[in-house]
Design a protein around this ligand. Structure first.
Ligand SMILES: [Zn+2]
Ligand SMILES: [Zn+2]
Length: 402
């Protein structure tokens, strides 16, 4: 089977790959395909168990917290209700979408693609499912949420006694199954089962698809020179339309939002009737003074260093598209951007967890503040910026020089 690499656009003859093997692009080192024993059975098994563990983590106690004889116990479902009814709706929707709705959608759609319905589906409908899957899977924040639970537990341990409940442990199992599931989903394998690939005219491997006037369908990876993909009927492009301009616009918006996100308070702690407002930076300073050095470093890296480095790296990549001398290095940087993106969400989840959990009235309670909503939108804008960028443009200039 001949495929075009998603990151460098070179045509590569993948041939047959064995069980437990991965095919890596020899030019840019991006992953092309992976194969595992009984892949389809594993996909069904992991999506069903993800759903079961997710549902069983909703109602039992997630975490409980006691101080001076007062006990507060919260389940995930209570946290959704509390945030939805009392506070900021941006924060509530980010939380409910990433923790509940997104995994539910992914598991349901994966189960459809594994069932008999998928092969009988009209390509237009199959395309909608496949497109939605490719848009929402990068938004998986379940693992980040788990890290945030541990960070908040460390933060609170100094003040109170904490117990992790059944809900928490089911959620851990859910995250494990869901991440395994995401690594197994492969749009190429999905589409091979929906409809066989059309073989275009003779192909020259090792050269870019664009140099042979071929476009790779962004939904099903079919190669074609037509305006619309012959397999899924999606509109085809050589490169993401206005990739650089869109990436730049999203990143500039993120940079503007970085100002209120960092300077406005993200939460307010009410301790014995006294208000203490914390910004992202002052929160890190307090952690450092409390000698929680590892947590302070994690939060500093995730909330301050990563967003700034991401902006710089993306501007560098956009500059590189004008004249790229080392596209391999630039591709590695791009994959780093894709991977690091979501870690900045840790602080948003920490605030959400503290707000849901610490509600002991005037004695000790935590309220979210507007800064955290700016911060969440800023991180989402950065994710969109990286998503809009097209790494194949980096290789275009380089190939022209060859
Ligand atoms: Zn490649
Ligand atoms: Zn297609």
């Amino acid at each position: 089977m001949i495929l075009a690499c998603k990151q460098c656009d070179k045509l590569i003859n993948v041939g047959h790959i064995g069980q437990q093997q991965r095919a890596i692009c020899p030019y840019c080192r991006a992953q092309l395909l992976s194969c595992r024993n009984n892949q389809q059975q594993w996909i069904s098994a992991f999506s069903i168990s993800s759903l079961l563990f997710l549902f069983s983590s909703l109602y039992p106690s997630f975490i409980s917290f006691s101080q001076h004889g007062l006990k507060q116990e919260i389940s995930l479902w209570d946290a959704f209700l509390l945030l939805g009814s009392n506070y900021n709706s941006v924060l509530a929707s980010v939380f409910i979408f990433t923790i509940l709705i997104m995994p539910l959608l992914v598991c349901t759609m994966v189960l459809i693609t594994q069932s008999g319905i998928w092969t009988k589906l009209n390509p237009h409908n199959a395309r909608k499912i496949s497109k939605l899957l490719s848009y929402i899977t990068p938004l998986n924040l379940a693992d980040i949420f788990l890290v945030a639970v541990l960070v908040s537990a460390f933060k609170l341990m100094a003040y109170a006694e904490l117990t992790l409940g059944l809900g928490f442990w089911s959620y851990v199992l859910f995250v494990f199954c869901f991440i395994e599931l995401l690594t197994l989903i492969d749009e190429n394998e999905l589409w091979q089962r929906q409809q066989a690939q059309f073989e275009p005219k003779p192909l020259m491997c090792g050269h870019s698809a664009k140099s042979q006037s071929l476009k790779q369908c962004h939904v099903c990876r079919q190669l074609t020179s037509e305006q619309h993909c012959p397999r899924c009927y999606a509109k085809t492009y050589f490169r993401n339309p206005q990739a650089n301009a869109r990436a730049m616009a999203w990143m500039m918006t993120a940079l503007v939002l970085m100002v209120p996100a960092n300077f406005l308070p993200i939460m307010n702690t009410i301790n014995l009737g006294q208000n203490t407002f914390a910004t992202i930076f002052s929160g890190i300073v307090i952690l450092w003074q409390d000698e929680s050095y590892p947590i302070a470093i994690i939060i500093f890296a995730a909330s301050i260093c990563i967003p700034v480095l991401k902006a710089l790296a993306l501007f560098y990549l956009i500059k590189e598209t004008k004249k790229c001398t080392n596209p391999k290095r630039a591709s590695i940087l791009y994959r780093w951007l894709e991977f690091m993106g979501k870690w900045s969400m840790i602080d948003v989840f920490v605030v959400i967890i503290l707000v849901s959990l610490v509600q002991l009235g005037g004695i000790l309670s935590v309220e979210p503040h507007i800064g955290i909503a700016f911060f969440a939108i800023m991180v989402l804008c950065q994710l969109m910026a990286v998503h809009s960028f097209d790494p194949r443009i980096l290789w275009d200039k380089f190939n022209n020089h060859e």
